[in-house]
Write a protein that binds this ligand. Structure first.
Ligand code: TXA
Ligand code: MG
Length: 322
C-alpha cells in the first residue's frame, strides 16, 4: 500500500470533518496525542484495522490500543473492576492504557484485539485527539504512526517522513508533550506493568495502594516493549556513555555533558527528556550520516526514566535482518 494521496489536515472544523469522513469510509488518519502521534482507523472495521498493519509494515497482528473519548465510552468495550475504575478516574484522560476483559458485545473488530479476550483502552488528553474522537463518535484503533520498528513520531514531520503516501491523512497537532508512549497496565491480580510509559509505575502504585507486577520477558502476550529491537535509528546505538568515542554523536542528559552534540535535558528534567527523546534520536541519526554511532548518556531509572531507558535499550538492541 503506497502512493496514496496523503492529505495534511488542520485541526479546525473543516479538517476534523474531513478526518471523520475518511475514518467513516474505513480510511486511516494520523492523529496527534499527548504521547506520540497515532495512526487511527475505525476499531470496529476489520478492513481499516488491517490497513493499519499494512501501512506500518507491521509483521505481526499485535493487538492495538483502542482510543475512546471518555470512561463511559470505554465501558462499552470492556469490563471495569475496582482497580480499573480507580486508575481510569485517576489518570484519564492521559498517558495510561488499561488492558481489560473484552465485552462480548463490544462490536470491535477481532483484529484489533488479535483475537484475545482482552482489550487495551486509552482516553487521550490531547485536545485534537479528543475533538476527533467526539466528532467521529466511535472507537479508534491507533498504534504509533511510524513504520514498524522505527522511531516513534512526536511531531507531524516525523509522520510525514515515515508514512506519506501510505495513509489517507495526517491531522496536525504540534509537538507531543509527553513524548513516550502510554504506560500499559494489565488488570490481572496483581496488576501488571506491561509497558513503562508516560505515567510512572510509582504514580500508579500510589493510587492503587499496591505494588505492580512486571512481565516475564518471555511472556506470550506481545507488547511493543517486548520486541527486542524497536525504536531503531539507522545508526548503531550505545548506552550509558559519559566518554564518547571520537566521531560518535553524543546525546547528553543533565549539566555534566558539556561536549554533547545534543542534550535530552540540560537541567536533568526527566519529563523534558521524555518529550525530546524521539526527536533527538532522529536528529542524532541525521548527524550520524549513516556512519558514526550514537552514544546516550546514562538516564536515571526512576519516574519517567524507566520509560526512557526502556525505549533506549530497544533502540540499542541487535536489529533483525529483513
Ligand atoms: O501512547 C500510546 O500508547 C500510543 C498512542 C498512539 O496512543 N500508542 C501505542 O500503540 O503505543 P502501539 O500499537 O505502539 O502499542 C500498543 C501495544 C500493542 O503492541 C500490544 O503489545 C499492547 O499495546 N496491547 C494491546 N492490546 C493488548 C492486549 N489485549 N493485551 C496485552 N497487550 C496489549
Ligand atoms: Mg509503537
Amino acid at each position: 500500500m503506497s502512493n496514496i494521496d496523503t492529505q495534511l489536515l488542520q485541526p479546525d472544523a473543516l479538517g476534523l470533518d474531513q478526518a471523520v469522513q475518511i475514518l467513516q469510509a474505513g480510511g486511516l488518519v494520523a492523529m496527534p496525542t499527548e504521547t506520540v502521534y497515532g495512526l487511527a482507523g475505525d476499531a470496529r472495521n476489520d478492513h481499516a484495522v488491517a490497513r493499519i498493519f499494512a501501512a506500518k509494515g507491521r509483521p505481526h497482528f499485535n493487538p492495538l490500543i483502542v482510543h475512546v473519548q471518555d470512561l463511559e465510552q470505554a465501558q462499552k468495550y470492556a469490563h471495569f473492576d475496582t482497580n480499573a475504575m480507580t486508575l481510569a478516574l485517576a489518570f484519564w484522560p492521559g498517558a495510561l492504557t488499561l488492558v481489560l476483559p473484552l465485552r462480548l458485545d463490544s462490536g470491535l473488530a477481532p483484529l484489533v484485539t488479535a483475537g484475545l479476550d482482552t482489550v487495551a483502552l486509552r482516553v487521550p488528553s490531547h485536545q485534537v485527539a479528543r475533538d476527533l474522537l467526539v466528532h467521529f463518535d466511535g472507537p479508534l484503533a491507533a498504534p504509533s504512526a511510524n513504520p514498524s520498528g522505527r522511531i516513534s513520531p512526536t511531531r507531524v514531520q516525523h509522520v510525514v517522513q515515515g508514512l506519506w503516501g501510505r495513509i489517507d491523512a495526517i491531522l496536525e497537532g504540534g509537538a507531543a508533550l509527553v513524548g513516550v508512549e502510554s504506560t500499559i497496565i494489565g488488570l490481572s491480580y496483581p496488576p501488571l506493568l506491561l509497558r513503562p510509559g508516560g505515567v510512572s509505575a510509582a504514580q500508579i502504585e500510589h493510587v492503587l495502594n499496591a505494588s505492580l507486577a512486571t512481565i516475564h520477558p518471555q511472556s506470550a502476550i506481545v507488547a511493543p516493549g517486548q520486541l527486542a529491537s524497536h525504536y531503531a535509528p539507522n545508526a548503531a546505538v550505545r548506552l550509558g556513555v559519559m566518554q564518547p568515542l571520537v566521531g560518535e554523536i553524543w546525546v547528553g542528559f543533565g549539566p555534566d555533558c558539556g561536549g554533547a552534540a545534543l542534550n535530552l535535558s540540560p537541567s536533568a528534567d526527566l519529563a523534558e527528556a521524555a518529550a525530546n527523546l524521539f526527536h533527538l534520536m532522529r536528529e542524532a541519526d541525521l548527524l550520524a550520516k549513516g556512519q558514526a554511532s550514537i552514544a546516550f548518556a546514562p538516564i536515571p531509572s526512576h519516574g519517567l526514566g524507566a520509560a526512557i531507558n526502556d525505549r533506549l535499550s530497544r533502540s540499542a538492541a541487535p536489529r533483525p535482518r529483513c
